[in-house]
Design a protein around this ligand. Structure first.
Ligand code: ATP
Ligand code: MG
Length: 172
């Protein structure tokens, strides 16, 4: 069975790595769908699909994981066609891994098996927490694999996120 994990990976963090490790140990390989691939330079989606691809690849190679396939998946804003859209882009898969209720329902309606993953230290390991810490100048290095950390430094990602959090409006 080949599993598919979908996320936005903004950024790829230690919770994601923990989950990928478990999935690869169980199934032997993984397809990772990089969701909302068209998005970048917003507070919720600061990194491009290419940058996310780069950080995931660096992190997995460093962790000794080689049996993975990365697929950028743009939003199509049509939920009833979303699973077909993914199927048209990804290598063949048998099971989707997701805890998101909408994602679960869409795969289920399309006749695909869905497995709900466990969360690992979710208070710390979440994209939102990492973006929040970067804006607040708080330590975040320990929440991500070294590969992600180095890619974010290389692309000046900290300053990008801080700039995205600013405005030229007068806040009353
Ligand atoms: P954001 O806060 O930006 O939504 P996120 O941490 O939820 O970021 P996503 O890219 O939305 O990251 O997550 C994709 C999937 O990764 C989730 O649906 C979930 O299955 C898994 N995941 C996220 N965080 C963890 C974690 N701490 N432990 C295990 N799995 C996780
Ligand atoms: Mg999320």
């Amino acid at each position: 069975m080949r599993p598919l994990l979908i996320g936005r990976f903004q950024p790829f963090h230690n919770g994601h790595l923990w989950l990928v490790n478990r999935i690869v140990r169980e199934y032997g390989s993984i397809i990772i769908g990089i969701g909302s691939a068209q998005e970048s330079h917003t507070l919720v989606n600061p990194f491009t699909a290419g940058e996310r691809h780069y950080m995931i690849q660096k992190s997995l190679e460093e962790a000794g994981i080689h049996d993975y396939y990365l697929v950028p998946i743009e939003d199509i804003y049509r939920n009833s066609l979303w699973v077909s859209h993914i199927t048209s882009l990804a290598p063949p898969f048998d099971v989707a891994i997701s805890g998101n209720p909408l994602v679960k329902r869409l795969f289920m309606e399309a006749g695909k098996k869905v497995i709900e993953p466990e969360m690992h230290n979710r208070e710390l390991y979440s994209g939102r927490e990492i973006r929040k810490r970067i804006i607040a100048n708080e330590p975040w290095k320990d929440l991500v694999p070294n590969g992600t950390y180095r890619v974010i430094l290389e692309i000046d990602g900290e300053n990008r996120i801080r700039d995205l959090s600013k405005t030229d409006e007068i806040i009353k």
